[in-house]
Design a protein around this ligand. Structure first.
Ligand code: SF4
Length: 584
């Protein structure tokens, strides 16, 4: 009988050694969004969601190994119980995949090796990593087909948390969230986008309808105890019918779930802010990419106005910009960075133009001979140096410009977490005011028109009342950290902003509760330790615990254990960190 092990690459992550790099960790925000913000950076390790989705959707007996150490991995291979091992990796982790595959060949030559994830786009991969199969494209169908299973069975959505080891200022303040894997790929086909090209520039839905997504949320709530969700979908707002169905379903069942999502500017504009607030979107990742307006998705859109409107309504915005595009020179790159900073998004990702195999831009640069073909794969992560010949920048310069861009954003607008707290409280206030105004004018939500319209005999908007409570809960999670944000502010302006936010919280929500005072004390205490660790070591890199999930009984309920944390309550091929670099 076939038995499959699905594994991510081995630890340590975010450490420079012969297999990986310090600037490529398993942390999304710290790695490439809140870089240079030190102690203010929220920390967490995102699970390899794709592996759980795969295991849940094949009948072949399988085990998922997430965040293994080298020993965890070799012990698993040495058990001699697997017929197949699938290794998932992104491009910069290819040397880790190589080491793992070599070990399997030496110690268990009968095991078939399958490679998956964004790393499979590497040309001539089979000559770099010993393997039997390479899974390109969407993995569930591929695996079902490979094992001779029915490829048309409905998708079972796995209950998976977004992350482990979540901290801010060394304290476990971040709310637990579930992951919703509604689909992969994006039809927008931006030339640089790995995720779009991996799925042939098409969107493939795992959850076809809003009801399907709602059911996945319910499952996560029951099994993981979460009401907040990360929508892992390259461009969630693009599927507007499904999003509207999801809102209708939540309204029907009185559920005010909250979501973070990736969406392109044109799709966000089409959905409209009123809809997004009503649906509970509290964070949006929007690729603004370039002042030069090079991509269809941003054409004709006033991005400054869009971002301001979203934030004024309580939606945190993470904007992302690409540096070292072809037209950039030593003057206009500063204009580009200043343009992105001037949007005042809560969070801002700077990513070097990453020429990833499989994309249109990779092909173009390769054909023009601009690509540095011998550049080490493990260094191609977009947070150190570029790996092509740019007419105006050397490689070391590209590293400096990038780091300075992050510092400029931090110095200009203070810690991202402070901005997020501000957006959350502003949003609660504006939603409350808008609701009162609508009641006065007898405006009610019209799902067909996607707008609030006048209606005689209008009843109070009970769903928005529920939504307001959820917005309050989202804002209140920042409160115990506000004083700490001020204490470690980078400058006077940021400290003043912090005080203004505290005043706004007090005016909006009244005096601080005893519970929040205790939490405040705890955060201030853990921050002292965290700050000292930063000062002494320059960096804090926590390694996530291994998580091993066995999918034995194909009818359901799996066993999961975590080495460092003990058993986890209950129980997808793509690593999230750099894949997310090119989203929306
Ligand atoms: S960058 Fe965003 S909008 Fe463009 S193809 Fe990728 S996911 Fe779609």
């Amino acid at each position: 009988m076939n038995k499959l092990l699905l594994t991510g690459v081995f630890k340590p992550y975010g450490v420079t050694d012969e297999y990986g790099e310090a600037l490529c960790s398993m942390e999304l925000l710290y790695n490439q969004v809140t870089r240079e913000q030190g102690i203010h950076s929220p920390r967490s390790n995102n699970l390899s969601f794709g592996l759980y989705l795969l295991a849940e959707n094949i009948q072949t007996q399988s085990t998922v190994l997430d965040f293994p150490s080298w020993k965890n991995f070799t012990n698993e291979v040495d058990k001699g119980q697997y017929t197949h091992i699938g290794i998932s990796f992104i491009v910069p982790n290819v040397l880790k995949a190589h080491r793992m595959a070599s070990y399997i060949r030496r110690h268990a030559p009968d095991i078939k090796i399958i490679l998956g994830g964004h790393g499979t786009a590497i040309p001539d991969l089979q000559n770099m990593v010993d393997c039997d199969e390479i899974c390109h494209g969407e993995g569930v169908s591929w695996l079902r087909n490979y094992f001779g299973e029915d490829t048309n069975r409905p998708i079972i959505h796995p209950a998976v948390r977004t992350s482990v080891r979540s901290f801010v200022y060394g304290a476990p303040l971040m709310e637990k969230a579930g992951t919703i894997l509604s689909g992969v790929g994006c039809q927008n086909s931006c030339s640089f986008c790995s995720t779009s090209h991996k799925f042939d520039r098409k969107y493939i839905a795992f959850l076809d309808t809003g009801k399907d997504i709602y059911d996945a949320c319910i499952k996560d709530e029951e099994e993981l105890g979460v009401t907040d969700f990360a929508l892992m979908d390259e461009n969630f707002c693009k599927s507007d019918t499904r999003a509207r169905q999801l809102l209708a379903e939540m309204e029907k069942k009185n559920k005010a779930y909250t979501f973070s999502a990736f969406s392109s500017a044109e799709a966000v504009t089409k959905m409209g802010v009123d809809f997004l607030v009503r649906m509970g979107i509290n964070l949006l990742w929007i690729g603004v990419e370039s002042k030069a307006d090079l991509f269809e998705k941003t054409k004709g859109i006033d991005l400054h106005a869009l971002i301001k409107k979203l934030q004024d309504n309580g939606i945190t915005v993470l904007a992302s910009l690409i540096l070292f595009l072809e037209h950039h020179d030593k003057e206009n790159i500063h204009e580009e960075i200043d343009w992105a900073i001037s949007m005042e998004s809560d969070l801002l990702q700077f990513m070097q133009l990453g020429l990833n195999p499989g994309t249109r831009i990779y092909k173009e640069y390769d054909e023009k001979g601009k690509l540095m073909r011998d550049f080490p794969w493990q260094r191609r992560h977009g947070q150190d140096t570029i790996w092509f010949n740019h007419p105006n920048f050397t490689l070391p310069e590209s590293s400096d410009y990038l780091r300075n861009a992050f510092s400029r954003k931090y110095e200009t607008h203070g810690p991202s977490i402070m901005n997020m707290a501000h957006t959350a409280v502003k949003g609660y206030l504006s939603a409350k005011k808008a609701m009162a105004k609508r009641e006065k004018k007898k405006l009610v939500w019209n799902p067909e028109k996607n707008a609030y319209l006048k209606q005689s005999g209008a009843k109070p908007d009970l769903y928005m009342k529920l939504r307001l409570e959820a917005m309050k809960k989202s804002a209140m999670k920042f409160r115990p950290a506000l004083k700490t944000m001020i204490k470690y502010s980078p400058n006077k302006e940021a400290a003043e902003k912090g005080h203004m936010i505290i005043d706004l919280f007090n005016q909006t929500f009244g005096p601080v509760s005893i519970k929040d005072r205790i939490m405040d004390f705890i955060v201030q205490s853990t921050a002292i330790v965290e700050n000292l660790r930063f000062k002494i070591n320059g960096v804090i890199m926590r390694q996530p615990p291994v998580i091993r999930t066995v999918y034995k009984d194909r009818s359901r309920k799996n066993t999961q254990e975590s080495k460092n944390n003990g058993p986890i309550k209950s129980a997808s091929i793509a690593e999230p960190v750099n894949a997310a670099a090119s989203l929306s």
